[in-house]
Structure formats: structure tokens, C-alpha cells
Design a binder for this molecule. Structure first.
Ligand code: HEC
Ligand code: HEC
Length: 169
């Protein structure tokens, strides 16, 4: 084989591999990328599970982080430096900054003029869970719809693949 032909074959196989990877990703439901920040992990998981930043747009996180003294009836105030660092992390990985199918859908489900503080109130969430009864969410083993991790064991890693869903009794 001539050198230039080998080159073309090589390029061809690289391209088809990345196409395969991309479609595999789509089949997996286009999971959110694993992201982490030490302060976010310690400060935002003491009262509930960690909510992946890709589940809400930047404007929602921004609104939430500027009202931590009245966070769903709790005082979750942080010192300014910690708050700013967590905010930068959330913004960088927010639904409207992510390049994955799931985040894009979440973003699209929220009107531009809205900045919901609850993932569970987005149209994306309600449409994905319209077959789960309110009574199921209230089970002792679950608590509420906000406790994603009860049914999606890898929720904190941003993995909501259907193959990973298990509803506890
Ligand atoms: C002092 C306790 C506390 C801390 C600390 C805390 N939260 Fe919360 N958070 C709550 C409570 C209480 C709720 C409402 C839970 C419910 O109604 O089920 C909530 C709800 C949420 C929700 C909405 C979940 C839904 O229903 O869709 C998000 C998102 C959230 N918190 C993010 C954060 C982030 C980000 C941090 C860190 C900066 C944080 N929380 C720190 C107490 C806390
Ligand atoms: C009671 C268990 C339960 C809880 C709690 C729960 N979910 Fe789900 N979730 C499901 C089920 C069941 C489905 C699949 C619905 C279907 O296929 O009809 C689903 C589907 C999804 C999907 C779509 C998966 C796909 O690829 O089609 C996403 C994303 C998702 N949930 C995110 C969340 C988030 C975020 C939370 C927390 C804020 C959450 N879920 C809380 C049970 C739950």
C-alpha cells in the first residue's frame, strides 16, 4: 500500500471509531460528564445528595448561590470565597454550558425568562417521570422526587442511564 493510502485508511478508522463512540454515548442516554470540585462536594452534600451542575442552567445556580441564607427554608450560607469558587464550578458545568444531549434537553425545557431552583420542577424532569406515581416518590425508601440517588444509584456522577434505574420498595 502506498504511504498516502495507509494514511487515508488510518484517518478513516479514527473517524469511524469516534462516530461509534458518539453513537454509543447517545444509546447510553448521553450521560452527564463526571465533574468534581472538593468544596462543592463537601458543602453541597451535607443535607442532601450532590446535584450534578449539568442539571440546571447557570442562571438557576447563580440565583441559588446568591440566596443561600434562605435555601429551601434552610440557612446554607458559605463564606464569600467558598461560595464564589463553587459558583464558578457550577457555572462552568451548568446545563447551558454543557455539550451533551441531556443538558441540552434540560436547557431547552426551561424558558429563557425562568431560573428554576428545583430540577424537579423543570419540564424535562416532569416529562421523564410522568409514569412514576407521586406515591412512589413518597415511599420511605425514597423520600421525595428530589432524592434522585434512591432510584438512580449513579446520579451524583451524572449517570441517569435507563439500565441503571431501580425503584426501591
Ligand atoms: C443546610 C442544609 C443544606 C445545604 C448545606 C445545602 N442544601 Fe440544597 N437543599 C436543602 C433543602 C432542605 C432542600 C429542599 C429539599 C426538598 O424539598 O426535598 C434543598 C434543595 C436543593 C436543590 C433542589 C432539588 C430539587 O428538588 O430539584 C438543589 C439543586 C440544591 N439544594 C442545591 C444545593 C447546592 C448547590 C448546595 C451547596 C451550595 C446546597 N444545596 C446545600 C438543604 C441544603
Ligand atoms: C422513584 C424513583 C426515581 C427518582 C427519585 C428519580 N427518578 Fe429519574 N427516573 C425514574 C424512572 C423510573 C425513570 C424512567 C422513566 C421511563 O423510562 O419511563 C427515570 C428517568 C430519568 C431520566 C431519563 C433517563 C433516560 O435516559 O431516559 C433522567 C435524566 C432522570 N430520571 C433524572 C432524575 C433526576 C435528576 C432525579 C432527581 C432530581 C430523579 N431522576 C429522581 C425514577 C426516579
Amino acid at each position: 500500500m502506498k504511504k498516502w493510502m495507509q494514511f487515508l485508511v488510518l484517518i478513516g478508522s479514527i473517524t469511524s471509531t469516534s462516530v461509534l463512540l458518539a453513537s454509543g454515548d447517545m444509546k447510553g442516554g448521553g450521560q452527564l460528564p463526571a465533574v468534581s470540585n472538593v468544596k462543592w462536594k463537601s458543602e453541597c452534600s451535607s443535607c442532601h445528595m450532590l446535584y450534578h451542575p449539568g442539571l440546571l442552567p447557570e442562571r438557576s445556580w447563580s440565583k441559588m448561590m446568591s440566596g443561600l441564607d434562605q435555601h429551601f427554608g434552610e440557612n446554607a450560607t458559605l463564606d464569600a470565597a467558598t461560595r464564589d469558587e463553587i459558583m464558578r464550578f457550577l457555572a462552568l458545568n451548568s446545563a447551558d454550558k454543557q455539550d451533551n444531549r441531556r443538558s441540552k434537553r434540560i436547557s431547552q425545557s426551561i424558558p429563557a425568562t425562568d431560573a428554576p431552583l428545583r430540577i424537579t420542577e423543570t419540564r424535562y424532569f416532569t416529562s421523564k417521570h410522568d409514569e412514576v406515581s407521586p406515591l412512589t416518590f413518597k415511599r420511605k425508601s425514597i423520600g421525595s422526587a428530589s432524592n434522585c440517588i434512591a432510584c438512580h444509584k449513579n446520579a451524583e456522577k451524572g449517570d441517569f442511564a435507563e439500565s441503571q434505574i431501580r425503584i426501591p420498595r
